[in-house]
Ligand binder design. Sequence first.
Ligand code: F6P
Length: 332
Amino acid sequence: MKRIAVFTSGGDAPGMNACIRAVVRSAHYFGLEVYGILKGYDGMIHGNLIEMDDRSVSNIIQRGGTILKSARSEEFRTMEGRKKAYENIKKFGIDGLVGIGGNGTFTGAEVFYNEFQIPCVGAPGTIDNDLYGTDFTIGYDTAVNTALSAIDRIRDTADAHERIFFIEVMGRDTGYIAVRSAIAGGAEMSVMPESKNSIKEVIQKLKHGTSQSKSSHIIIVAEGHEVGRAQSIADKVKKELPELDAKVTTLGHVQRGGAPTAADRVLASRLGLGAVEGLIKGKTNVMAGVINRTLCYTPFKDTITKKKPINKELIRIVEILNGRKYHNIERE
Ligand code: F6P
């Protein structure tokens, strides 16, 4: 292997730049040339590749976003698009790829390998932390901390006005961001797919809280919860409990930006190096991850199809610390 290329794809995540830096510098350390592909798979299709030297990744470890830009490519889903991508990969003499992203990125890489045998090792870059094969994904810790600083601020005003706040966090169809930000933010409840909360349960919780003279509540809602988004939950609650002053804040894409935390920078550096070493050792169609503090490689097909369950202990912590008598509340 002489020349590799690195790309970021799917939703950006803080720490992607730190990972790009690690890929570029470790590849050079091992004597490989490195290209950066701009805008993920779209850049592959349109031949947007640039050679990267060590200086090209200076001063980026602390920056959110991705200097290589990102995209969710529709064209790469077609055989025609992938063929164009392959022709460019050959034209630039690329022997291996490092893809930084999530499910969609690894699905694309797997299909591409099966068709054209270009080896690819992945690094998990997504704020959602929803990938099997790593305890934490790059960007997750930063997103939780961003959500947390918003929750702390909202709590001040919730307390001053004695209001209920429903705060919606991202996470696609998982509650990873919800559960950690709820624990760290001392929220009264975390409504998320994994705990199967019902509207009835939310109402009971609020009734119980107000009966205990609790004047303000923070309820974290994971965007992917099947009972609905924060606004629709709040609307239903308001119908049942019109005396409560309920507000909704959707944190949205603020969770995707900002300087990565130290934990994300370290993880990204480790996984960038791990991905390059994996390629050099002849690995392909695997994601570098860290499980129990140990670097490991998990096949793409497992990272895509297997579910990483949320640690039940975390769900229990929210319930016990912030929901007195919560265990008496009925679930539907
Ligand atoms: O996967 C990261 C993520 O931010 C999810 O949490 C969210 O559901 C989705 O991407 C939003 O995607 P987009 O930026 O394309 O709207």
